[in-house]
Design a protein around this ligand. Sequence first.
Ligand SMILES: *Cc1c(COP(=O)(O)O)cnc(C)c1O
Length: 374
Amino acid sequence: MEFRDLKRQYQLHKEQIDAAIQEVVDCTHFIMGQQVVSLEKELAQYTDTKYCITCANGTDALQLALMAWEIGKKDAVFVPDFTFFSSGEVVPLTGATPVFVDVDKDTYNISADSLRSAIEYVIQNTDLRPRVVVAVDLFGRPADYQAIRQITDQYGLLLLEDGAQGFGGMADGRKACSFGDISTTSFFPSKPLGCYGDGGAVFTDNEEWAKRLMSLRVHGKGSDKYDNVRIGMNSRLDTIQAAVLLQKTGFLEEELEACGKIAKEYSKRLKDIVKIPADLGSMRSAWAQYTICLKSKEEREQVIAQMRADGIPSAVYYKKPMHRQEAFAENPVDAVPCQNTEYICERCLSLPFHPYLQEAEIEAVCGSLKKAVE
Ligand SMILES: *Cc1c(COP(=O)(O)O)cnc(C)c1O
């Protein structure tokens, strides 16, 4: 069994994907070809945002957003303590200071209460200027944008949605990647909408930021690439990747539906033996991961070992709170305790999950898990 089986999807849609790749190779327009333009149009439409600007990966997408807002020295950027490294990595790259915020113990997404405390702490105890809140749609579940938006409005902060794991998710009738003032996603192969290499995108309704983002991704270009009006990056999406993604958007809804069903099947079997993902209510998760929480670190070790013995892969996303990463050791702002993150990091476990997971495989995973915890 594979943790995220990408081969089944390819086998199922091989003909159309091969043809799409071949078409790019035949016309040799490898950078910023027509497929990139078409994809941006389609994704803007899908997320109901005015502008989609594709780029080289999801990390660059976050950095481009902060650069477009001219975030820098003496600025504080609030980041959940429980997330993939990128969400915080981009902050010091701009010269700004990351301030880590605890997450909700059930949804694993940024906690509104902890965020408010962290902002107050920064205002009262540092000379930093609060500027941006990064909200991550962790494991595919949209963050609590109603609560977060209230706080960003109250303090005059910008909201950056890190939708790297969230593309295709929904809340309040709106699609993920439309909740931020700027939102970003990643097309890393194992993400909900993945390409065949690295890729990413930035979404916004703001024309001025969109123009700046288009300039920033091509060396800060002015009228052309050899007229440079600002310091930028080289961060474009390859035409081949856009061609692959244009094929995959055709069956994304189908896959999301399948993911929803598989998650239900898992939860039905596991609800009485482990802590399953929190109820979604009217939201839709993009199901980047199906993550359970065990009683202790020891129990998690037991489960991992049992599953491994049964030939079943599992993964710990994430082992370490952001504020404990050595890379942030210089980060001087210890604004709020992040107890929920500490708790989750020791006990969470992600199970094999993808839209093509079969009933027998779900049975095997759950059987192995039961054996281990009983
Ligand atoms: C994967 C991921 C990123 C980075 O995306 P890349 O395309 O790998 O650079 C950023 N944030 C989160 C939450 C992610 O899961």
